[in-house]
Design a protein around this ligand. Structure first.
Ligand code: ADP
Ligand code: MG
Length: 240
């Protein structure tokens, strides 16, 4: 589904991604772990061109996303993204937050978009919040809405950038629970996370990033119990 070839990204003289090669297949739940500043967010943001790569290639569903004339809007529709800070539109109701993309971009009718939004809201247990504004919601509820908003676009893959890092501890579980149910449904996911439990139990593959490279990757059982690279060993010894 996503083919990444020798991906490089620099901010000025700061080389943040130093040659990433990766293949993400349909149905995988790939988790990305690694120390702060290792380039995890930048990697994720390059996948849907929130950042412009400075070198290499990204092929998504057969299309080079950096080719001149690449359809960025279509790309972002097909790659749903959930951020640490929710990024909801605070002046819109929850229902409007969810239907704005489908009606404006996908040209769905308001009725169609609302019906689908309500189904998704029921699924995450927040149907009663449809007419509320984001300011009335807890962090955990906001993040579940952000997930629903991304799902409403019918994406082929969901990208998550530390979706639980800004939450109070008691709200982490409700968001991870929604993500786990998506994983069980077979939705392709790439998840940057500090939640090692999630990476171990829900992830199908783990990538360990350090210094702008993927130093090691493998199935969770292998990577968490028998990491090969000394840097992976060192990182895991601090977080597990
Ligand atoms: P991580 O998500 O693993 O913590 P990031 O991808 O956010 O790492 O950041 C990697 C490096 O890139 C850091 O040194 C950070 O300061 C730098 N960086 C990230 N985004 C920008 C930006 N927009 N402009 C300049 N430097 C950036
Ligand atoms: Mg980050």
């Amino acid at each position: 589904m996503i083919h990444v070839e020798d991906l490089h990204k620099s901010f000025g003289s700061n080389e943040v991604l130093r040659g990433i090669n990766e293949e993400i297949f349909k149905g995988e739940v790939v988790t990305v772990i690694g120390p702060s500043g290792s380039g995890k967010s930048t990697f994720l943001r390059c996948l849907n061109r929130l950042e412009e790569p400075t070198g290499g290639r990204i092929i998504f569903e057969g299309n080079d996303i950096c080719a001149p004339g690449a359809d960025i809007n279509l790309l972002r529709q097909k790659m749903g993204m959930v951020f640490q800070q929710f990024n909801l539109f605070n002046h819109l109701t929850i229902l409007q937050n969810i239907t704005i993309g489908p009606t404006m971009v996908r040209k769905e009718s308001q009725e169609e978009a609302e019906a689908r939004a309500m189904k998704l809201l029921e699924r995450v247990g927040l149907a009663d919040k449809a007419q509320e504004y984001p300011s009335r919601l807890s962090g955990g509820q906001k993040q579940r809405i952000a997930i629903v908003r991304a799902l409403a676009m019918n994406p082929d893959v969901m990208l998550f950038d530390e979706p639980t890092s800004a939450l109070d501890p008691e709200m982490v579980g409700e968001v991870l629970g929604v993500m786990k149910s998506l994983a069980e449904e077979g939705i392709t996911m790439v998840v940057v996370t500090h939640e090692m439990g999630f990476a171990q139990k829900v992830g199908t593959r783990v990538l360990f990033m350090d210094g702008g490279q993927i130093l090691e990757q493998g199935p969770p059982q292998q990577l968490f119990t028998a990491p090969r690279h000394p840097r992976t060993q060192d990182f895991l010894s601090k977080v597990l």
